[in-house]
Design a protein around this ligand. Structure first.
Ligand code: NAP
Length: 680
């Protein structure tokens, strides 16, 4: 079909080339004016070349880097986008989004990248293997041990996104995939792909990513899913219908290709029975429901669709919400006075109105008119504007559509509940949701709802007068916390800190000797070989310490005078250290024993090298265990071994030392991990 030459083009980025729209291109209209503005899509994209470019170029380049290398790139990309975000704001108005909405999509996406960059540096090693959990002792003497690890998948992440967050939707998937070491092919929803394209251009222009790490499909994906295998991942966000169609792809099922799905959701909010009109919780509730209904014109996967309030509060809630909705200006998102912009397209508006009509079969409309909305701004008569609509369900238990129909717009339904267990039953009618919020000052109510309904939700958000000044909002998925939900919400999970990175990695159980595990993980495992050197390890700079470097020190005999002095000096006169008879009556002690903290102090006294040197500070210790009592007359020795090294910046890094204290019979009396910061 001939294309209107006045349209701007949205290009795909495939196998290193920007590809203009071609056969099968679709026209995209402005949500605000209704005028056609872009053309996007090309059915002739070379899918084989794209997958090859990612698998053969992007994957090896990313996997050649450490987690820290990739985290640094993610941070640099985020800062680059931050410098250019105005360009993205300017484009994004045509999607119907206001400046406030841009902050969620564009700044929110950049913020998500920064959190992953920071978590990558702090919580992942500067290496190639992620260590998942503790070493498992699989044999009596410890010569055969086990460790779960995770390594990057060797394929490509195909990331299909919904129209509502063209930037955040991409970046919240791209950041964890990049950190994992997996290249991405991003496919945004066509309706808003011009914003995603601009963001991809900025990322690629920065020159920070290796070739093959990022590609973009504007328009249809063609038959890409038919070419995926067991090392690839599909991560999808969109409607349940599309998810069902895509996850049923025989090739994906045959190859057990990972398919993560974030779908639609009938999210709910509950006003606790303690939160009567006039309480801070009531006001907070009304404020959050109003915000959730109107931000992004309700086009948020986490937006509140079902509003549950105690029967006695129904009228007060409807009154307060209607009051706020009446003051909500709908119109051109570029105007500062506009509170709520447009839906993304005329098709979306039609869909929302149809769904609202279905909900209207179960509930009475108490605010808003589907046929009438007052719109501010010029040239908006063909825009996809809609009035917020509030419904009220008299008998919510008998209702079908309102628990089942997602009107992806500014539409929500109030329903009364009798008691908390009734609210729990209504929550579960969503058949699996992304998030539910509860406004209560009662920890008992919070616990009852958690035990009753957490299994049906990916996230529960509690807010009240204590947390309200700092709470992050019902609708905000945070990079630190899991986003996703069971059942209807897709059964998937994203974000959640490093959990989100592991979706792009393979968890493998490694079994072998301590030396084998140390070699694989680059983290010393007890029982593995150690190396001693004439030079005290505290005199050696970060770079010259190697895993397994060890210092043996001691023995030092612990006397009754030591115990008494320590007790008097610190004030710790616990009877087990001071009273022979009382100590002997305790099932753990043979008689008076040394304080555990005295032993730690003696250990430091034995292994510390006192002169100024590369050790800058002792920053703490982990996993301390006192394993056997130490009696007066016992002689303790210490072994200090370099377990792991993590650079922190250009001048110093953290050294994790495995410390073992033994007595004169070589029995372990205490064990811990000591952390120091060492200069390079
Ligand atoms: P959609 O129509 O299901 O589309 C989602 C994505 O799938 C788009 O990129 C779409 O591309 C693509 N797609 C559709 N058919 C495809 C096919 N046969 N092969 C490959 N890709 C295909 O959803 P939407 O209208 O964009 O978004 C609204 C829905 O997303 C709502 O239901 C909302 O609840 C949900 N959502 C969920 C989350 C979450 O995190 N759980 C977040 C945001 C939105 P085209 O645009 O090119 O068709």
């Amino acid at each position: 079909m001939p294309r209107d030459n006045a349209l701007k083009e949205v290009h795909s980025f495939a196998a290193g080339q920007w590809i203009e729209p071609g056969e099968g291109a679709r026209t995209i209209a402005s949500a605000v004016t209704g005028a056609p503005i872009f053309a996007a899509g090309n059915d002739a994209l070379d899918i084989g070349a794209m997958l090859g470019w990612a698998r053969e170029k992007g994957g090896p380049a990313l996997r050649g880097m450490t987690f820290h290398d990739r985290a640094k790139i993610i941070k640099a990309v985020a800062l680059h986008l931050c410098d250019h975000r105005q360009e993205l704001y300017d484009l994004s108005f045509d999607t119907g989004a206001t400046q406030k909405d841009h902050l969620i999509d564009i700044d929110g996406g950049i913020g998500t990248m920064l959190v992953f960059a920071s978590k990558g540096r702090r919580e992942m090693p500067d290496g190639h293997v992620y260590i998942d959990g503790a070493t498992e002792q699989l044999s009596r003497s410890g010569s055969f041990v086990g460790q779960h690890i995770a390594v990057p998948l060797q394929g490509v992440a195909v990331q299909i996104n919904a129209f509502n967050f063209p930037v955040w939707g991409m970046l919240e998937k791209l950041a964890p995939a990049l950190l994992a070491g997996v290249p991405s092919i991003v496919k945004p929803a066509t309706a808003t792909c011009y914003v995603t394209e601009a963001c991809v251009r900025l990322i690629l222009q920065s020159g920070l990513l290796p070739d093959g790490a990022l590609q973009l499909v504007a328009g249809g994906l063609g038959d890409m899913l038919d070419h995926l295998d067991c090392q690839d991942v599909v991560s999808f966000t969109g409607s349940a219908d599309t998810a069902l169609k895509l996850r049923a792809n025989p090739r994906l099922m045959k190859n057990s290709t990972r398919f993560m799905s974030e779908q639609d959701s009938l999210n709910a909010t509950v006003l606790g029975s303690d939160a009567r009109s006039g309480t801070p919780e009531f006001d907070l509730f009304v404020k959050e429901v109003h915000r959730e209904m109107t931000v992004k014109a309700g086009q948020k996967c986490t937006a509140i669709r079902r509003i549950m309030v105690p029967d006695a509060q129904v009228d007060a809630v409807i009154h307060a919400l209607s009051d706020k909705l009446a003051k909500t200006t709908v119109g051109d998102p570029r105007l500062e006075t506009t509170h709520m912009g447009a839906l993304v397209s005329e098709a979306q508006k039609k869909d929302v109105l149809e769904k609202a009509a279905l909900i209207g079969r179960d509930a009475e409309r108490v605010f808003g008119d589907p046929d009438n909305v007052s719109v501010t701004g010029e040239n908006t008569e063909n825009g996809a504007f809609i009035s917020p609509m509030l419904f009220c369900a008299g008998i919510p238990d008998a209702a079908q559509h309102l628990h089942d129909t997602e009107a992806f717009g500014p539409v929500a339904t109030v329903m009364g509940y009798r008691d908390t267990s009734h609210a729990v039953r209504l929550l579960k009618r969503g058949k699996g949701s992304l998030v539910a919020s509860v406004f209560t000052a009662s920890a008992d109510t919070a616990r009852e709802i958690t035990l009753g309904a957490a299994a049906f939700h990916g996230r529960l958000y509690f807010n009240n007068r204590t947390s309200m000044d700092e709470a992050t909002g019902h609708g905000a998925p945070l990079p630190h916390m899991v986003h996703g939900g069971p059942g209807r919400a897709g059964g998937g999970e994203e974000l959640g800190g490093i959990r989100g990175v592991l979706h792009y990695m393979q968890r493998t159980a490694i079994q072998g000797s301590p030396d084998i595990l140390t070699g694989i993980t680059q983290r010393w495992v007890p029982g593995a070989a150690t190396k001693t050197d004439d030079a005290h390890p505290f005199t050696r700079a970060f770079g010259s310490l190697t895993i397994g470097d060890t210092l043996h020190a001691g023995p030092r005999t612990v006397t009754i005078d030591d115990i008494e002095t320590f007790a008097h000096f610190t004030g710790d006169r616990f009877y087990a250290h001071m009273d022979e008879d009382a100590a002997a009556a305790n099932p753990f002690f043979p008689g008076r024993v040394a304080h555990g903290y005295l032993l730690l102090s003696f250990a430091a006294g034995m292994f510390v090298q006192p002169d100024p040197g590369p050790v800058l500070a002792n920053t703490g210790l982990d996993s301390l265990r006192f394993m056997a009592p130490v009696s007066p007359g016992d002689a303790i020795s210490v072994q200090l071994t370099v377990k792991a090294k993590t650079p922190r910046n250009e001048t110093y890094g953290e050294v994790r030392w495995h410390v073992t204290l033994t007595n004169q019979e070589a029995a372990t009396v205490a064990e811990y991990e000591l952390l120091t910061m060492n200069a390079f």
